[in-house]
Design a binder for this molecule. Structure first.
Ligand SMILES: Nc1ncnc2c1ncn2[C@@H]1O[C@H](COP(=O)(O)OP(=O)(O)O)[C@@H](O)[C@H]1O
Ligand SMILES: [Mg+2]
Length: 588
C-alpha cells in the first residue's frame, strides 16, 4: 500500500475538484438510497393505511429522485474525470522529466521499450483507477454501509444472513487474489520483454533483413506474445472466476433473505413494505460488495502498475549537482584529468589513475584500438558517469562540484551516430535553444556546409526532417549535428569517430566544416583519419584504459616500435583501401 501513498501529492494537487466531485457523488448516492425507503413508505404508510391524500407527493418524489440523481451523476463524473486526467498528465510529465534526468547507468539497465510501456500502459492503468474505480468504490462503500445499517435497523434477523454472505465473499476473494496478482505481474514483465525486442527489431530492421531473420523474429514474436497473452488471460480468468463466485454467493444470500423475510411477515414481525425495502437493500449491499471484491482483483492488477510507475518516480539520478552548486565559470577551456579511477563494472577497473592535462584551445586526438577507453574519457568529462576517485577539472573547477546544467552547456558534441529529431531543419540546428535568431541558424548552417542542402529543400529551414519528414543521408545528418554544435558555441568540442562512416565527398565537406568549428576551442577528437590525427596539437595514445603515449605526431613517430607508430602504419594501410559509400539514404 505504501506505493499508493506516493500518489497522494498528485491527488492533493487536484484535491478540490476531486472532493467537490465526490461530494456531489454522495448526494447522488443519498438519492439512490432514498428510493427503497420511499417505496417502503408508500407501502406501509400510504397504501396499507389508506392515506391516499399523500399518494401524489410520494409518487412525485419517487419519480423525481432518479432524474435528480442522474443529473448529479453526470455533472460530478465530469468534474472527477477532469481532475483525474489532470493528475495523470502530472504523473506522466514527472516521469518524463525523471527519465530525461536519470543517469546513463539507469538507461543502460532500462531499455526505452520498458520505459515507454511504463509511461503509457501503466499510467493508463492508474488513470482507470482514479477516474473510474475509485469513484465507484467510494459510492459503493457508502451504499454498502448505509444499506447494511438500514437492513440491521429494519430486520436484525436478516442482517445475520447478510453477514454470512459477506464472510463467504472474503474467503472467495482470498483464494483468487494471489493467483491474479502473480499472473498479472508476469504478464507485465513479458510485455516489457516483447516491447524491448520489438523496438530493437524495428530499429534494426535492415539487419533483420540482411541476416534473413524475419521468419525467426516473427516466430519468436508470436511465441512471446502467446506466452504473455496466456498470462494475461489467466489473470483475467482469475478475475472472472472471482466475479462468478461472488455472483453465486450473492444470489444465494438474497434468496435466503427473501425466504426468511417472508416467513417473518407471515409471523407478523415485518410488513410487506419492509421486505420490499430490505430486499432492495440486500442487493444494494451485495452489488457493491461484488464490485468491491472484483475491484480488489483489479486493484491488485493496478497495484503492479502503480509500483512500476513509482519505481521510476522514486529513482534517484546518480549523477547530480549538489544543492546550491555554483555554475561553472566559463574560462579558456583548460582540462585536467587528475588520477582518475573509473570502472563500469565494480571490481573491473577501466582507468587506474589516469592523468591528462589539455591546454586551452588545443585539439587533442584520442587514438587506440576499439575498447581502449577513448569514448569513456569524453563521457566522464561531460559527467555522464561519475569517476570512482580522482578528479576532472575544467579551468580549475572540479566538474563534480559545479552545477550540472552549467557544465553540460559548455559542450558541443558530434558523434558517429548523428541524431536528428522529428521537426524542422531550423529546429534541429537550434536544438536546445528556443527562438534562436534565424541569422545565427543560417550562419551555423553555412559554416557546417549545409548551404546546398538548405537551398535544395522545398521550404528551407522550415522543411520537416526526421521521422515524419525528409530523410537525410548520414553525411547530411552529420553536418546538421555540426551546425548544432557551431550554433551552441561550445567551449569544449567532442567529436567521436565523426567521419568514420562517410564517403569521401561527404567527408571532405565535413572536414572543412569541422576545421571551422575546431578553431579556438578545446577539442577532443576520437579520430581514425590520419589527416585529423596528424594535425592535432596533442595525440593521446590509449591502450586498455591507460594513456601509453602522449605527444605530437612528430614526437610520437620518433619512438621506435612505439604504439603510435604501429597504429599509424595500420591506419595508413586502411586508408589505401577503397572507402565505403554513403548508402544510408532511406531504407534498404
Ligand atoms: N556503458 C558501458 N557499460 C559497461 N562497459 C562499458 C560501457 N561502455 C564501454 N564499456 C567498456 O569499457 C571499455 C572502454 O570502452 P570505450 O570507452 O567505449 O572504448 P573506445 O571508445 O576506445 O572504443 C570497453 O571494454 C567497453 O566494453
Ligand atoms: Mg568509442
Amino acid at each position: 500500500m505504501d506505493v499508493f501513498k506516493r500518489l497522494f501529492p498528485y491527488l492533493k494537487r487536484h484535491g478540490k475538484s476531486l472532493l467537490l466531485g465526490l461530494l456531489g457523488m454522495s448526494l447522488f448516492t443519498g438519492l439512490t438510497l432514498a428510493q427503497p425507503l420511499l417505496m417502503r413508505y408508500l407501502f406501509n404508510d400510504v397504501v396499507e393505511v389508506n392515506r391516499w391524500e399523500l399518494l401524489p407527493v410520494v409518487v412525485l418524489l419517487i419519480a423525481a429522485a432518479p432524474f435528480i440523481a442522474s443529473a448529479f451523476q453526470f455533472i460530478n463524473q465530469r468534474i472527477i474525470m477532469r481532475a483525474g486526467y489532470g493528475m495523470i498528465s502530472d504523473i506522466r510529465l514527472d516521469m518524463y522529466e525523471k527519465i530525461l534526468a536519470l543517469s546513463m547507468k539507469f538507461h543502460q539497465d532500462h531499455s526505452s521499450g520498458v520505459l515507454v510501456n511504463r509511461m503509457m500502459d501503466d499510467v493508463n492503468m492508474i488513470q482507470r483507477l482514479i477516474t473510474g474505480d475509485t469513484v465507484t468504490l467510494f459510492i459503493d462503500v457508502i451504499i454498502f454501509g448505509v444499506a447494511m445499517g438500514v437492513v440491521f435497523a429494519i430486520a436484525p434477523v436478516l442482517s445475520a444472513v447478510l453477514l454470512t454472505t459477506l464472510i463467504l465473499y472474503v474467503l472467495a476473494y482470498r483464494s483468487f487474489a494471489g493467483k491474479i496478482k502473480n499472473r498479472s505481474t508476469s504478464y507485465r514483465r513479458m510485455q516489457d520483454t516483447i516491447s524491448e525486442r520489438l523496438q530493437e527489431t524495428i530499429a534494426g530492421v535492415r539487419h533483420v533483413r540482411i541476416y534473413n531473420r524475419e521468419l525467426l523474429e516473427n516466430t519468436s514474436f508470436i511465441t512471446r506474445t502467446e506466452q504473455s497473452l496466456e498470462h494475461a488471460l489467466h489473470s483475467r480468468l482469475g478475475s472472472v472466476g472471482l466475479g462468478t463466485a461472488c455472483t453465486f454467493i450473492a444470489g444465494f444470500g438474497s434468496a435466503a433473505v427473501m425466504i426468511i423475510g417472508l416467513q417473518q411477515v407471515l409471523q407478523g414481525h415485518l410488513q410487506y413494505g419492509d421486505v420490499f425495502a430490505v430486499n432492495n437493500f440486500v442487493w444494494m449491499a451485495l452489488n457493491p460488495a461484488i464490485r468491491i471484491t472484483n475491484m480488489a482483483g483489479q486493484l491488485t492488477e493496478t497495484f503492479v502498475s502503480v509500483r512500476r510507475v513509482v519505481e521510476v518516480l522514486d529513482e534517484t539520478p546518480t549523477v547530480t549537482s549538489n544543492a546550491g552548486a555554483p555554475a561553472l565559470v566559463r574560462g579558456e577551456g583548460m582540462v585536467e584529468f587528475d588520477d582518475v579511477h573509473f570502472s563500469y563494472v565494480p571490481d573491473s577497473p577501466l582507468y587506474r589513475g589516469l592523468n591528462l592535462k589539455v591546454a586551452p584551445g588545443s585539439t587533442v586526438a584520442l587514438v587506440g584500438h576499439t575498447g581502449c577507453g577513448k569514448t569513456t574519457l569524453t563521457t566522464l568529462l561531460m559527467r555522464h558517469w561519475d569517476v570512482d576517485s580522482g578528479s576532472i577539472r575544467i579551468d580549475g573547477q572540479d566538474i563534480s562540484a559545479v552545477d550540472l546544467r552549467s557544465l553540460r552547456r559548455i559542450f558541443g558534441v558530434v558523434l558517429q551516430d548523428p541524431v536528428v529529431f522529428d521537426g524542422t531543419l531550423g529546429e534541429n540546428i537550434a536544438y536546445g535553444w528556443h527562438d534562436a535568431p534565424e541569422r545565427l541558424i543560417d550562419e551555423a548552417a553555412q559554416a557546417a556546409e549545409l548551404g546546398d542542402l538548405v537551398s535544395r529543400l522545398p521550404e528551407g529551414y522550415d522543411t520537416i526532417i526526421g521521422t515524419h519528414g525528409i530523410k537525410l543521408s548520414v553525411g547530411e545528418k552529420q553536418r546538421v549535428s555540426i551546425a548544432r554544435a557551431i550554433l551552441k558555441d561550445p567551449l569544449i568540442l567532442i567529436m567521436d569517430e565523426a567521419t568514420s562512416s562517410l564517403d569521401s565527398e561527404s567527408e571532405a565537406l565535413i572536414q572543412r566544416a569541422l576545421e571551422r568549428v575546431l578553431e579556438g576551442r578545446t577539442s577532443f577528437v576520437v579520430a581514425h583519419r590520419l589527416s585529423t590525427i596528424i594535425k592535432a596539437d596533442a595525440i593521446v595514445v590509449m591502450d586498455s584504459g591507460a594513456i601509453v603515449e602522449l605527444g605530437t605526431h612528430e614526437e610520437l613517430m620518433k619512438i621506435p616500435a612505439g604504439h603510435y607508430r604501429q597504429l599509424y602504419e595500420e591506419l595508413r594501410g586502411q586508408a589505401k583501401e577503397p572507402t565505403p559509400t554513403d548508402s544510408s539514404r532511406g531504407p534498404v
